[in-house]
Ligand binder design. Structure first.
Ligand code: BGC
Length: 506
C-alpha cells in the first residue's frame, strides 16, 4: 500500500512538473516567449556617461551647475563616453542588445540652448548613431534627461517660463532633421513627474529649486512652480509631437513618447481610507501627466485640492496634449506603502506637492526589496486606467554599492532582472501592450542621487582609472545569455555555474 502511495505521489509530482507547476519549471522563460517585435535594450544618459563637459563647444547644463555649486561629485569625466563610444558600442553588440537608450545633451548640440548648432556636438551624435546602426542596434533617444541648458535657465527661468515651448520645439526640430533618418524612437522628457518634483518641489535634483527652509535652495516656490513646470513640460511635449507629425512622421515613420517615473502604490492596510489614499497617490504621481496625455485634463482630485495653483488647459491646449504620446515610457524602481493621514502639513508652512497629495508614503527601499509583482501591477494599472497605450519600460534595474570586486559578482542583480523581466512577460500575457524593456544601466554611471557611491551597471567602470576601464559583471553575461536565447530563471544552480564560468574566464 505504502509503495502504491509513493508511486502515485511521484506520478503527480512528475505531472505537475511536466505541466510547469513546479517552482523552477513554471518560472522558466526565454526571450522567444516574448511577442515578435518586443525589444530588449539597456540605457545611459548624456550627463551620466559622456563626460567631456567643456570640450568641443559644450556649455553647462543645470546639472553641472547644481553639482558644482553644492560641491558634490560630478559628471565632468563620468564614463568618458564622449571619447569611448566606439568601444562601448562594441560591448553593446557583444552583449546582444537590440536597442540602446541614450539622451542628447542639448547644450552640446546647441551650446546656448537656442541659436546656432555646435558642429562638433552635431558630429559626435551623428558618429555615435552611425556606430550603433552599423552594429545593428536601434537608437532610442531622449531629448531631455535633467541636463537643461544653463543659459536658458539664466535667461528666463527655464521650464518655469512658457518661452521654453518655442525653444524646446526648435531643439527637437534640429534633432529630427539631423538624426531622424536613423532614429525612430524619441522620448521628449525623461521621467517628467519626478524631474518636476525633485527639481522644483523638493529641490534635491537639478535645477534644485524649492521653498523649504534649510534645503539649500536659493530660489523657487514649491507651492506653484511644481505645477507650472509640469504644465509647461506637457505643452512643450505636445508641441514637439505635433511638429513631428506635421513635418517628419510621413518621411521618417518614427514615434514620439513621454516618460514617467511609475511607483507601485499599495495600501498599507485594507482600510477604505488607505485604499482611497492609494488612488490619490496614483492620481498625483501618474495621473497628473498621464490623464492629460490620454484624456486631455488633470485628474479631478488634483483640480479640487490644488485649486488656482494648478494651471488650466485651454480647449486648444487640451486637444493638443490629448493623444500626443505615441507611447508611454515607464521608469520603474520603487514600490511604496500608502497610509492615509487627514492633514499633511507642509514642511515650509505653505502647501506643496506632498501636502497637496495628503498621505504618508513609505517607500520600500530599492536596495532590499525585490517585488516584481509591483512591475506587473503598474503595467496592469496603466492598461486598465488609461486604455492600454503602447508602453516601453525605459528603465528598471538594481542598485548596488560601488565596490568593484563585489560588483563583478552581482548575483542579486541577476535575480532582480530575472524576476522583473518575468513580471513583464506575465503582464504582456495578461494583455498589456508593453513593447520593450531596457535595463538601467548599461554600465556604471555618475548616479543621479548617489554620485559614484552606488551603481546599476551591467558593466563596471573603474572610475579611479584614467582610462575608465569597463569590465562585464555576471549580470552582463546573464543578460547576454538571455538575449541570445538561453532560458532563464537560473535558480541558485545556474547562478553558481555562471559564477564559476566567469571566475575561470578571468
Ligand atoms: C533616472 C536616471 C537615474 C536612475 C537611478 C532614474 O530615475 O532617470 O537618470 O540614474 O533613476 O537613480
Amino acid at each position: 500500500m505504502e509503495d502504491v502511495l509513493t508511486l502515485i505521489t511521484m506520478i503527480v509530482l512528475l505531472l505537475l512538473a511536466f505541466h510547469g507547476f513546479g517552482k523552477c519549471s513554471s518560472d522558466l522563460y526565454s526571450r522567444s516567449d516574448f511577442p515578435e517585435g518586443f525589444v530588449f535594450g539597456a540605457g545611459i544618459s548624456a550627463y551620466q556617461w559622456e563626460g567631456a563637459v567643456d570640450e568641443d563647444g559644450r556649455k553647462p547644463s543645470v546639472w553641472d551647475t547644481f553639482l558644482h555649486c553644492r560641491k558634490m561629485d560630478n559628471g565632468d569625466i563620468a564614463c568618458d563616453g564622449y571619447h569611448k563610444y566606439k568601444e562601448d558600442v562594441q560591448l553593446m553588440a557583444e552583449t546582444g542588445l537590440h536597442t540602446f537608450r541614450f539622451s542628447i545633451s542639448w547644450s552640446r548640440l546647441i551650446s546656448n540652448g537656442r541659436g546656432s548648432i555646435n558642429p562638433k556636438g552635431l558630429q559626435f551624435y551623428k558618429n555615435f548613431i552611425q556606430e550603433l546602426v552599423k552594429h545593428g542596434i536601434e537608437p532610442h533617444v531622449t531629448l531631455h534627461h535633467y541636463d537643461f541648458p544653463q543659459y536658458l535657465e539664466d535667461d528666463y527661468g527655464g521650464w518655469t517660463n512658457r518661452k521654453i515651448i518655442k525653444d524646446f520645439t526648435a531643439y527637437a526640430d534640429v534633432c529630427f532633421r539631423e538624426f531622424g533618418n536613423h532614429v525612430k524612437f524619441w522620448t521628449t522628457i525623461n521621467e517628467a513627474n519626478i524631474f518636476t518634483i525633485g527639481g522644483y518641489n523638493d529641490g534635491n535634483s537639478p535645477p534644485g529649486r524649492c521653498s523649504f527652509p534649510g534645503r539649500n535652495c536659493t530660489l523657487g516656490n514649491s507651492s506653484t512652480e511644481t505645477y507650472i513646470v509640469g504644465h509647461n513640460l506637457l505643452l512643450a511635449h505636445a508641441s514637439v509631437s505635433r511638429l513631428y507629425k506635421q513635418k517628419y512622421k510621413d518621411i521618417q515613420g518614427g514615434s514620439v513618447g513621454f516618460s514617467l517615473f511609475a511607483m507601485n502604490f499599495t495600501p498599507s492596510t485594507n482600510s477604505k481610507d488607505d485604499e482611497i489614499a492609494t488612488k490619490r497617490a496614483n492620481d498625483f504621481y501618474l495621473g497628473w501627466m498621464l490623464e492629460p496625455l490620454i484624456y486631455g485634463d488633470y485628474p479631478d482630485v488634483m483640480k479640487r485640492t490644488i485649486g488656482s495653483r494648478l494651471p488650466v488647459f485651454s480647449k486648444e491646449e487640451s486637444e493638443q496634449v490629448k493623444g500626443s504620446s505615441d507611447f508611454i515610457g515607464v521608469i520603474h524602481y520603487l514600490t511604496a506603502l500608502v497610509t492615509n493621514i487627514d492633514i499633511n502639513p507642509s514642511l515650509s508652512g505653505i502647501p506643496d506637492f506632498n501636502s497637496d497629495m495628503g498621505e504618508s508614503i513609505n517607500i520600500l527601499s530599492m536596495r532590499s526589496v525585490v517585488s516584481p509583482w509591483a512591475m506587473e501591477g503598474i503595467l496592469e494599472y496603466i492598461k486598465q486606467s488609461y486604455g492600454n497605450p503602447p508602453v516601453y519600460i525605459l528603465e528598471n534595474g538594481k542598485t548596488m554599492n560601488q565596490d568593484l570586486e563585489l560588483q563583478q559578482k552581482d548575483t542579486p542583480r541577476i535575480e532582480y532582472l530575472d524576476a522583473y523581466i518575468g513580471a513583464v512577460l506575465k503582464a504582456v500575457r495578461n494583455g498589456s501592450d508593453t513593447r520593450g524593456y531596457f535595463v538601467w544601466s548599461f554600465m556604471d554611471l555618475y548616479e543621479l542621487l548617489n554620485g559614484y557611491k552606488s551603481s546599476f551597471g551591467l558593466y563596471s567602470v573603474n572610475f579611479s582609472d584614467p582610462h575608465r576601464k569597463r569590465s562585464p559583471k555576471l549580470s552582463a553575461h546573464w543578460y547576454s545569455g538571455f538575449l541570445k536565447g538561453k532560458p532563464t530563471f537560473l535558480g541558485s544552480q545556474g547562478i553558481t555555474q555562471l559564477h564559476s564560468n566567469f571566475s575561470s574566464s578571468r
